[in-house]
Design a protein around this ligand. Structure first.
Ligand code: FAD
Ligand code: SF4
Length: 492
């Protein structure tokens, strides 16, 4: 146990965010540095529970009390090894995960939980700074027994599967249709949530280990399903859940209405180009600059649009959510150790914009040039399992840029899935069995493509587990760990 009285002596501390008026002038991560001394004190709050419920909140099975103890005793190098034992990319989860482990922490029953996520990110950042994250190349024996494997998609699921399989000795090629690897880590999530240098550094490690990347290649067309089957002993599909939910109301075809995943990648590309050229980011084709922006969807994707629009100097920003405002504290129906839906203030919400709850968009109104100028909304209430409009509450909201952030309905049923002949399940995801194998022998599926829209931590857990399924299929046995079953779900 890190410190028997740690949780009594030290209150929970998290890093402060940089002042709003400073951070909205740049795209850098929003958090200030955290003192290593304070971090060791925070790790000392862990009670090393007999049954560490934090484990049940984390699909990766992260060995949380072990690394808390090691950090508290100052053995950061051993902590980094224990961290990497279950997580290929702690620098992603340490920055981006909503931390269901903290919601499940036993300390949270009567006090503030251990700041697990901060301990995680500080361990991995120190490990990189100290040179403790070298490439882990497979042994020549493992390579000689390895087989060629294609991984389609380079989001966290594809990257985790590729790294596990490469380290097990297989000759892995990652196909990515975008111009650079990373999936939503690169072109969905903005720089202010995770600077892309963290992703690029990990990709350098993967290249040195032997993973090959072919970017700008769409599997299914540029390389056909038949070619993939002929050239590779196994194929892992990790193409994400990219089909966005549409808002089917009058006026939805007007100019100035875009999906979040049209808007965010353009901004991320402009920011990345600006960083490369060491100058101000150029204006992307879809920009919020000077516009009255309405974001439809109150989730994380909407918050990413909000933070981006603030940095682009929008005239006004309103985020609409159909659900009522969540409670401030854990409601009785979502007891510990579940991850509750409570009112959270993300860094973007702290920076500006207005949140409007319990409203539904009825139609968009355009100007003479065919561009959106306003939307008409109505207040709603949930009765009988459906949202019913409240009579007399219709109103217009000025908007000349509308961003749709209402989530994703499933995997693309494009040429790749069609020509491989994989089955889909009833929820629009590629179906798989207990070993992450699709209905086609030798074709596996991992991440949002099989699970549906989820989180990075689940995508990494899926990639690791699918890699074990592939290795067992190719060799008849495997020593790779399986983090989760395909049917595993968050605590509810
Ligand atoms: C805007 C946004 C913000 C988010 N923020 C967070 C967050 O803060 N924290 C969190 O935990 N989760 C977040 N999520 C969710 C998280 O990003 C996803 O759950 C996760 O990235 C899924 O990983 P994946 O590898 O399954 O798919 P993806 O990351 O979607 O990667 C799929 C990749 O496959 C490629 N691809 C698709 N088809 C083909 C093809 N035919 N050929 C070649 N390549 C192909 C795509 O180009 C893409 O690069 C966010 C999601 C969005 C949209
Ligand atoms: S549940 Fe909380 S206090 Fe208990 S072992 Fe996990 S992090 Fe430590």
């Amino acid at each position: 146990m890190a410190d028997p009285k740690g949780f009594l002596a030290a209150p929970r501390q998290t890093p402060s965010r940089r002042p709003v008026d400073v951070r909205i002038m740049d795209w850098k991560e929003v958090y200030s540095e955290f003192s290593p001394v304070e971090l060791e004190r925070q790790a000392g709050r862990c009670m090393d529970c007999g049954i560490p419920f934090c484990h049940s909140g984390c699909p990766l099975g992260n060995l949380i009390p072990e690394w808390n103890d090691l950090v508290h005793s100052g053995d950061w190098r051993a902590a980094a090894e224990r961290l990497h034992a279950t997580n290929n990319f702690p620098e992603f989860t340490g920055r981006l995960c909503p931390a269901p482990c903290e919601s499940a922490c036993v300390l949270g029953i009567s006090a503030e939980p251990v700041t697990i996520k901060q301990v995680e990110v500080e361990i991995v950042d120190r490990a990189w700074a100290e040179g403790w994250v070298p490439p882990r190349r497979p042994s020549p024996e493992a390579v000689s027994a390895g087989r060629p494997v294609a991984v389609i998609g380079s989001g966290p699921a594809g990257l985790a599967a590729a790294q596990q399989l490469t380290r097990a000795g297989h000759a892995v090629t990652v196909f990515e249709r975008a111009d650079a690897p990373g999936g939503l880590l690169r072109y969905g999530i903005p720089e202010f949530k995770m600077e892309k240098r963290h992703l690029d550094r990990r990709l350098v490690q993967m290249l040195a280990e032997g993973t090959e990347f072919r970017c700008g290649v769409t599997a299914g067309t540029d390389v056909t399903a038949a070619q993939l089957r002929a050239e590779y002993a196994a194929v892992v599909l990790a193409c994400g859940a990219t089909v966005p939910r549409q808002l089917d109301v009058p006026g939805a075809e007007l100019d100035g209405i875009h999906q979040a995943m049209e808007y965010l990648p353009m901004s991320n590309r402009a920011v990345a180009a600006g960083l490369r050229a060491q100058e101000q980011a150029a204006e992307p084709a879809i920009t919020a600059r000077g516009r009255n922006v309405v974001i439809i969807g109150g989730g994380d994707t909407g918050a990413d649009c909000l933070g981006t629009a603030i940095r682009q100097e929008a005239a006004s920003i309103t985020q609409l959510e159909i659900l009522p405002r969540p409670p401030e504290h854990r409601p009785a129906g979502q007891p510990w150790p579940t991850h509750p839906a409570i009112f959270r203030v993300s860094s973007a919400h702290e920076e500006g914009g207005e949140r409007v709850y319990a409203v539904s968009t009825q139609r968009f109104l355009g100007d003479d040039a065919g561009r959106v100028r306003a939307l008409e909304l109505v207040e709603v209430e949930l009765t009988g399992g459906a949202f019913q409009p409240r009579p007399g509450t219709q109103r217009e909201l000025r908007s000349d840029l509308v961003l749709l952030a209402m989530g994703f309905s499933g995997a693309e049923p494009g040429p790749l899935a069609r020509d491989l002949g994989v089955d889909f399940d009833g929820r629009g995801n590629v179906a798989r069995d207990a070993s992450f194998a699709s209905s086609v022998p030798g074709v596996f599926v991992a991440g949002d493509m099989g699970r549906g829209q989820s989180l990075i931590v689940w995508a990494i857990a899926e990639g690791r587990s699918a890699a074990a399924g592939v290795d067992a299929y190719l060799r008849g046995e495997t020593s790779l760990p399986t983090a989760i079953a395909p049917t595993a779900a968050p605590l509810r």
